[in-house]
Design a protein around this ligand. Structure first.
Ligand SMILES: C[S@@+](CC[C@H](N)C(=O)[O-])C[C@H]1O[C@@H](n2cnc3c(N)ncnc32)[C@H](O)[C@@H]1O
Length: 325
């Protein structure tokens, strides 16, 4: 254990300044670039949970797994325009570079190790960069690494099916760019009864943009996307109401949007999650862009049926979600 923690310190030192010299990045290739302050807030919350989780389960007889299903390249390049960075412009300037650790690298810095780290990433180039960064910076952890290139909606259900959940507990981070997490994937996760999941849900940037005033004006492809993320077509009943209205031309059947605020979308997603997970955070964190428009909600669900395990996980998650950052 003493050896492991010494090696971990080494990883921390490398990672906190972005990709190490051992993983040179081609300047001709675009770097993975996304996010702003909300990304930092989201990652800080994840990191806090991973630290609390590994500490709480330290002496439990389970194999502990971290699953990063939209893992990325392991680092992020932050735009340097002050207006997109806000507070983090000062940080970027102070560090003299625009690279910061992504979720995968942050997970590897948690002092108490997970037994296995599963990284899923669809884009080959990012997966290769992540492999290089991890093996260059944390060679001692190579036996714990499991890189799974491909689509999270295929790999996750498979992983959930094949893992022995009597002996394993996991934290899963779902961090897609948009509406990429299918409901059947959420169902597979919930069925394990052993995964705590952090979900970046595109309430504003995705769902809200697809919910037009009249559902008949929502293109079929968008409706399919909404069906896939919510699990069925019941969302129409949740957000729209059909009634008869008296008009100049007599009585008409009219369908109108009756719920459509971001908080209504967040509430509906929570209601959906509550149909498959025993506990879901009631205080999701709203993540805003620099124009103060809500883009995502960041939320948490626990799969463990034990009230004691649920109570502890929810207490930590509620605290993390509510903390001012
Ligand atoms: C927001 S980024 C993740 C960033 C990462 N969590 C971090 O903090 O550095 C989303 C990533 O998911 C990948 N991706 C998109 N669709 C995917 C899918 N269906 N399955 C797996 N990865 C996917 C993208 O290539 C991208 O790298």
């Amino acid at each position: 254990m003493r050896n492991e923690s010494a090696k971990q310190k080494k990883c921390v030192r490398y990672f906190t300044k972005g990709p190490s010299v051992a993983t040179p990045l081609s300047v001709a290739e675009p770097m993975q670039q996304f996010g702003g302050n909300w990304t930092e807030v989201k990652l800080a919350m994840l990191k806090d949970y991973l630290a609390a989780y590994t500490t709480a389960l330290k002496n439990q007889p389970f194999s502990k797994m971290y699953i990063d299903a939209f893992a990325g390249a392991g680092y992020r390049e932050i735009e340097t325009q002050a207006d997109s960075l806000g507070l983090f412009a000062a940080q970027a300037e102070a560090e003299g570079e625009g690279f910061f650790d992504g979720s995968a690298m942050l997970a590897l810095q948690i002092p108490t190790l997970f037994d296995r780290y599963v990284f899923i990433e669809k884009k080959k180039k990012y997966m290769e960069e992540l492999r290089r960064a991890v093996s260059a910076n944390c060679p001692s952890l190579s036996g714990r690494m499991d890189f799974q290139p491909g689509d999270a909606n295929e790999i996750l259900p498979d992983l959930c099916r094949k893992t022995d959940w009597k002996k394993t507990r996991a934290v899963l981070f779902l961090d897609p760019f948009g509406m990429s997490v299918d409901w059947h994937t959420m169902e597979a996760i919930a069925r394990t009864q052993a995964i705590d999941v952090w979900i970046l849900f595109p309430a504003g940037i995705g769902v809200n943009r697809l919910l037009k005033q009249n559902p008949d004006h929502i293109p079929a492809r968008w409706q399919e996307k909404l069906d896939r993320i919510f699990g069925n077509g019941e969302w129409k009943k949740a957000f729209f109401k059909t009634s008869s209205e008296q008009t100049l031309f007599g009585e008409e059947i009219v369908t109108k949007k009756v719920r459509g605020s971001i908080s209504a979308i967040a509430d509906y997603y929570r209601e959906r999650l509550e149909t498959i997970f025993p506990r879901v955070a009631s205080n999701p964190r709203y993540l805003f862009n620099t124009k103060r428009s809500p883009m995502f909600i960041f939320t948490f669900a626990v799969g463990n049926p034990s009230p004691k395990a649920q109570g502890l996980a929810m207490k930590i998650a509620r605290h993390i979600l509510g903390k001012v950052r």
